[in-house]
Design a protein around this ligand. Structure first.
Ligand code: OOG
Ligand code: NI
Length: 474
């Protein structure tokens, strides 16, 4: 029998193999990431593994897919449910000022610590919002919905195997193999000719709308390795002549602990695709739909910690607007140092980040009683804190990453009006319609709250620690 985590690991590995065959630049990214990780390990020793063993980090990937309808995203939930991956978090990418895209998203991932340690594979999953009149007028919406209703992304055999694996939490070997084959195939780029006129109609609204609704299948659009030093990775990719987007998204690099998530990407490559022209002939064209991304993960921040990050973004935007010449990175680094303590201990003591706690074994009992605060326990060496890694995404970074394939034809830039109707009352209504509850309804599953998951992991460890130290509570 093949268990869910083994299925997940097999799927992730085979998807990676497929993507490397189809997108050779991905292989370069994986190779360079591995080199950087080995260097960091050599330079920092055990400290390099503070946020995950080198085995986990080297194997770790996230992918991204985009689908068109509630029923399609529900099928996605069944396929990933088979792999022990659950929808966590709700991201609305329609508002980002300079990079609005007509989707709302969640991430499918394992949720419990042991499952994450076995294989943390996650997939950022977006679903189109055709009823949002800021992007689609009534006529286009109707054509789009009719087109989407007529396609099948996942064959019935795959869905049946998915439901079985989801219910039984394992599959016999032959069925597991079949499942992995069908699942990987569902995310390959299809060779079917693309209807050029239809694709271009959608592209005028948004390149993402065209990527989702302009073709009869779906595909993984990037697969992201994890790296221990993203600044070094960025330099090395640039040295190899690969043109990266101009920033690293997320918190700035600084002297303090890594927190949340830093990501960067290279632009989608022009790949040859068969196109059906309006007169019915098939010609060869190119589309830019698949790109490369890499990320560094840090400690998960509490709501209070996250509020500081959001304040950082707001302050950088504000100050950059007045001082266009200012170096964004330098400014962010300086503000960050002001907003966030630069040690794990202070992050823990001020409840800004999540940790798991455990008593220090063999601490000499000097007759004093352990203090009642986390800060005091850490300070006096009673307990040790291990950082909890941020397993989720950042909406602002995600919006920036979407730009990786919006920067060519079909880019929607700030102030572009084409394809959008005004932002009247109906626009606001549609805006509210696509919320977390809408997504949960579409998925037919609860969308889990990432903070609640981290909080639970932390409070369990605190309760255990308090018990072992004989404290009433901490
Ligand atoms: C997803 C972009 C977001 C990330 O890592 O933030 C993302 C997409 O382009 O479909 O993958
Ligand atoms: Ni990504």
């Amino acid at each position: 029998m093949i268990s869910q985590w083994q299925l997940r690991a097999a799927f992730a590995a085979r998807l990676s193999e497929m993507y490397g065959r189809e997108v050779p630049a991905y292989t370069t990214l994986v190779d360079v990431s591995r080199e950087v990780n080995e260097d960091v390990l050599r330079a920092r020793g055990a400290d390099a593994e503070r946020l995950g063993s080198i085995g986990r980090v080297t194997a770790e990937r996230h992918g991204a897919i985009r689908v068109g309808t509630p029923s399609e995203v529900r099928q996605v939930a069944r396929v990933f449910g088979a792999l022990g991956m659950h929808p966590v978090g709700f991201y609305d990418l329609r508002d980002a000022a300079s990079s609005a895209v007509p989707v709302v998203s969640t991430a499918f991932r394992p949720v419990d610590g042991e499952e994450l340690a076995r294989n943390p594979f996650r997939v950022f999953t977006s679903v189109l919002t055709p009823a949002d009149p800021r992007f689609f007028d009534a006529g286009l919406r109707a054509r789009l919905e009719a087109f989407l209703a007529g396609r099948e992304l996942f064959p019935p055999e795959l869905l049946a195997l998915s439901d079985r694996a989801g219910a039984e939490r394992e599959l016999p070997e032959a069925d597991a193999e079949r499942f992995v084959q069908l699942a990987v195939h569902a995310f390959e780029l299809s060779a079917e000719p693309v209807d050029q006129a239809w694709y271009e109609t959608l592209e005028r609204v948004s390149a993402v709308a065209a990527d989702i609704g302009g073709v009869r299948s779906t595909h993984v659009n990037h697969l992201t390795p994890r790296v221990l030093d993203i600044d070094a990775l960025y330099r090395r990719m640039t040295e190899r002549g690969i043109e990266m987007i101009d920033t690293i998204q997320g918190p700035p690099g600084w002297h303090g602990p890594d927190v949340l998530l830093r990501q960067t990407s290279f632009r989608a490559l022009a790949e040859p695709r068969a196109m059906r022209t309006p007169d019915g002939s098939v010609v060869s064209g190119t589309l830019r739909v698949r790109f490369g991304e890499v990320e560094a993960r840090g400690i998960a921040l509490t709501r209070e910690g996250r509020a500081r990050y959001d304040a950082l973004l707001a302050r950088v935007d504000e100050q950059i607007a007045h001082r266009t010449e200012a170096d964004r990175t330098e400014l962010a680094r300086a503000l960050w140092a002001e907003l966030l303590p630069d040690s794990e201990r202070e992050l823990a003591a001020q409840s800004l980040a999540f940790f798991t706690y455990r008593p220090v074994p063999g601490r000499p009992r000097d007759g004093t009683a352990p203090p009642g605060t986390v800060g005091g326990l850490l300070e006096q060496g009673w307990v040790r804190a291990e950082p909890i890694v941020y397993e989720d995404f950042l909406p602002r970074s995600a919006a920036g990453i979407f730009q990786s394939n919006l920067s060519g034809d079909g880019a929607r830039r700030e102030g572009d009006g084409d394809g959008r109707t005004g932002e009247g009352t109906s626009a606001r209504a549609a805006h509210e319609e696509y919320d977390a509850a809408w997504l949960a309804g579409a998925l037919d599953r609860e969308v889990l709250d990432p903070y609640a998951l981290y909080e639970q992991q932390q409070s369990r460890s605190l309760a255990r620690t308090a018990r072992e130290l004989g404290l009433a509570r901490t």
